[in-house]
Write a protein that binds this ligand. Structure first.
Ligand code: ZN
Length: 393
């Protein structure tokens, strides 16, 4: 039998929730996968929002945490925070800030808030399970078939092995998986690819925007501060047409940008402020010059993470600055197909260049023919794409 999660939630008590986030044994490449949650010997049923795996992390509805963790959950609507309490331990999530603290209750107010990954799915707040469960010292196993993430309170109370548990629920799991797949097809959220353009804006930006408009697709632009001021109209057009903007430094000079964590942050903040002034859009997204490896060592990543900044690298490199048009197009196709086979979302690097302008229509046609929807970066659906696999970024 399923363990039912009560639909009713009182205002201040979210009651019991089991939280799972999964990095164990889950391929980091997975972008969107169903996952089943069990507590001890029973599978948990989710009424309104299903757990899922995104980029190797298992997310569960915040609302179900109490059931899953067998903890008490208290919601504070004034500060939009949730406290999860189990035995003498506390875990507090600041929902609008994407932060958490884990101090004892009396020290909580003074504790430093740390970045925390929260996703929303159909307006439900989804939080990483494993991270929270481990804080409460619950054991988690992951069974590939299913897959099932299983929270265990006390090993000696279990009647089933992971395999036996899977067999027990096999039929329900298969039915649920089919239903999930059908819904997914219905929603057409099958595949997303991200086009990204660095080193603009410049004279090639307008033709790029024209092509994107003509094909009705969205993209993400990582821009250099002085140029933003020179091409204000193009930057405003990006926002007006639904593209995403991000910072790509002021100087783009290795020695200057990476002189210290502070110079890096200052360059990104200055760019962010200029973008904000021109577009009224506050973007916390950056791409660091030359990509995050090797320059973005831990102390650099720390300062960005602590300032709640997302760093995006790429996983498809068009090599547009050195390849012929023909080679550019063929390398992008080849790399995208490689990722497609592994179910990884492509984030494609281009520059604002003539070569890219000339190749872009064919690349867009190719991606559409492969079934991709071309979207702009969306903070609500952040996926981790950095060469360090730093989950904070
Ligand atoms: Zn660059």
């Amino acid at each position: 039998m399923f363990t039912k999660i009560p639909r009713l939630i009182t205002f201040f008590t979210l009651s019991i929730f089991l939280l799972f986030s999964f990095t164990i044994n889950v391929k980091a490449s997975t972008t969107d996968q169903i996952v089943f949650i069990a507590v001890n010997d029973e599978l948990v049923e989710f009424v309104d929002a299903r757990p899922f795996v995104a980029d190797g992390v298992t997310y569960v509805p915040l609302r179900s945490l109490a059931t899953i963790l067998k903890a008490n959950v208290f919601y504070n609507s004034n500060e939009n925070s949730v406290i999860i309490k189990k035995d003498s331990r506390f875990f507090k999530i600041y929902i609008s800030e994407n932060k958490y603290v884990t101090e004892a209750k009396n020290k909580m107010e003074a504790a430093e808030k740390l970045p925390f990954l929260i996703k929303t799915e159909n307006d439900r707040i989804m939080v990483p399970l494993q991270f929270i469960a481990e804080y409460f010292q619950l054991e988690i196993t992951f069974f590939e078939a299913g897959p099932i993430a299983r929270l265990i309170e006390k090993n000696d109370l279990l009647n089933y092995t992971d395999e036996q548990l899977y067999v027990k629920y096999k039929e329900e799991i298969e039915v649920e998986t089919e239903r999930w797949k059908a819904e997914r097809r219905h929603k057409k959220i099958n595949k997303i690819a991200y086009l990204t353009f660095d080193d603009g804006p410049n004279k090639h930006t307008k033709p790029i925007l024209d092509i994107l408009q003509e094909h009705d697709v969205k993209a993400t632009f990582f821009m250099i501060e002085p140029q933003i001021k020179d091409f204000k109209d193009d930057v405003q057009r990006m926002i007006a047409e639904g593209h995403m903007i991000g910072s790509h430094s002021v100087t783009h000079d290795k020695a200057t940008v990476y002189q210290s964590p502070k110079t890096l942050l200052d360059e990104m903040n200055k760019t962010r402020e200029t973008l904000l002034t021109i577009t009224s859009f506050d973007s916390r997204l950056v791409r660091v010059p030359y990509g995050s490896k090797p320059y973005l060592t831990k102390e650099f990543r720390d300062i960005l993470a602590n300032n709640n900044i997302q760093v995006w690298d790429w996983n498809v490199d068009s090599n547009d600055w050195r390849y012929s048009q023909e080679m550019l197009i063929s390398t992008v196709k080849k790399q995208v197909i490689g990722l497609e086979q592994k179910n990884i979302t492509p984030v494609i690097l281009f520059h604002n260049s003539l070569n890219t302008v000339q190749s872009l229509p064919e690349i867009i046609k190719f991606l559409k023919s492969e079934g991709y929807f071309l979207e702009a970066y969306d903070r609500e659906h952040h996926i981790m794409i950095n060469f360090w696999n730093d989950e904070r970024l």
